[in-house]
Ligand binder design. Structure first.
Ligand SMILES: *Cc1c(COP(=O)(O)O)cnc(C)c1O
Length: 368
């Protein structure tokens, strides 16, 4: 019998059968150097190359992702590790135009400077344009627009023309979606968001279907130095154990908030693919294992959005998403996304559903 998500999240990375008297959970190991005599041998030699706390954390993620996993100091360090190991001068990157803005900025900037061409297209046009590309990069559901694509179909098509596929799986987390099982070559994520979910650390990871790619990613980390701290990885593992509980509450809250928003006259363009009326509903229900806590919507203009945010009492105005605390922001206050001035990205936390609904309802009342 397949184990449930709660069991998997709690037990992922636990060593099998350690001796009596050893702690149930592991503690962080702080070490820049390890005792090492004679010819260098063994898994732990120097702290930039390996660390037992990373080993445990990466084993946990590998179990959930279904492929060897390498942890990084941030989501963007993980993103850049894939881009810079998979692409060479003269290659072409095909990237969805609603991807995380900093990923697109790397494509337009650094990659362009070293002779990697990048083609940015809407997510739903990637499949018809994979010919000639080395790497296809996408997010599904995307941040902040929650756009969705059929990962299995796109991966199959990309592999037919010799391209590899990387999915930024930040919004879904590996409990929500397993890109490698759907056929992608890389599953990349910012663990800063829902995966760890306590708004207290920055981390990222890359999971690979192919062991050779994982070795290249690991070697990239050793040679460029974007390593995670042992304390952060330990905190992250502690947080991972409650991922199922957090996602369950976040999803319940998101469904209730999306339902309320979709019936409110001041709100338009509610983006939450688990609403039955959403055009990508059939894709997420087939492709994803469970819903996310992130949604977005628009109010009439920037003023209405700012009034709404200011009126919220439980929901905090802040950037980022996926945490225990509900947060929201008017996304266009940052440059880089093609969105309306009144567009709000709303991250449902783990507060009680009636409290959250009451807060959103009263704040909407102030914008008329
Ligand atoms: C936040 C985010 C990143 C970058 O992650 P950091 O941990 O902030 O470096 C990458 N992709 C997506 C989809 C994100 O939301």
């Amino acid at each position: 019998m397949e184990l449930g998500d709660g069991t998997r999240a709690i037990h992922a990375g636990m060593p099998a059968g350690p001796a009596d008297g050893t702690p149930l959970v592991s503690s962080p190991v702080f070490a820049s150097t390890y005792r090492l005599s004679g010819e260098p041998a063994g898994p732990y030699q120097y702290g930039r190359l390996s660390n037992p706390t990373w080993t445990t954390w990466e084993a946990a993620l590998a179990e959930l992702e279904g492929g060897e996993t390498v942890s990084f100091a941030s989501g963007l360090a993980a993103v850049s590790a894939v881009l810079l190991t998979a692409l060479r001068p003269g290659d072409t990157l095909l990237i969805a135009d609603d991807c995380y803005y900093a990923t697109r900025r790397l494509a337009d900037g650094l990659l362009n400077d070293i002779g990697v061409r990048s083609k940015q297209l809407p997510l739903d046009q990637l499949a018809d344009n994979v010919e000639g590309s080395t790497l296809v990069w996408l997010e599904s559901p995307s941040n902040p627009k929650l756009d969705v694509c059929d990962i299995a179909a796109l991966s199959e098509h990309a592999h037919q023309v010799g391209a590899v596929v990387a999915v930024d799986n930040t919004t879904a987390t590996p409990l929500g979606q397993q890109p490698l099982a759907l056929g992608a070559d890389y599953s990349v994520a910012s663990d800063t968001k829902a995966l760890t979910g306590h708004s207290d650390l920055i981390l990222g990871h890359v999971a690979c279907r192919d062991a050779g790619r994982a070795t290249a990613i690991r070697s990239w980390r050793s040679s460029t130095g974007g390593i995670p701290g042992p304390f952060e990885t330990w905190l992250a593992h502690r947080s991972l154990m409650t991922l199922d509980l957090r996602l369950e509450r976040q999803a319940r809250n998101a469904l209730a908030v999306a339902d309320l928003l979709s019936r409110h006259p001041a709100v338009h363009d509610v983006r939450y693919p688990w609403l039955a009326a959403h055009p990508a509903h059939h894709i997420v229900t087939r492709q994803m294992r469970r819903p996310v806590g992130l949604l977005s919507f628009s109010l009439a203009d920037a003023r209405a959005a700012d009034d709404f945010l200011a009126a919220l009492r439980i929901v905090t105005t802040a950037t980022s998403f996926g945490g225990l605390h509900s947060t929201a922001e008017r996304r266009a206050r940052w440059a880089g996304d093609d969105i309306a001035p009144g567009f709000i990205r709303f991250s449902c936390g783990c507060e009680d559903t009636p409290d959250l609904i009451a807060d959103v309802e009263q704040a909407l009342g102030t914008v008329g």
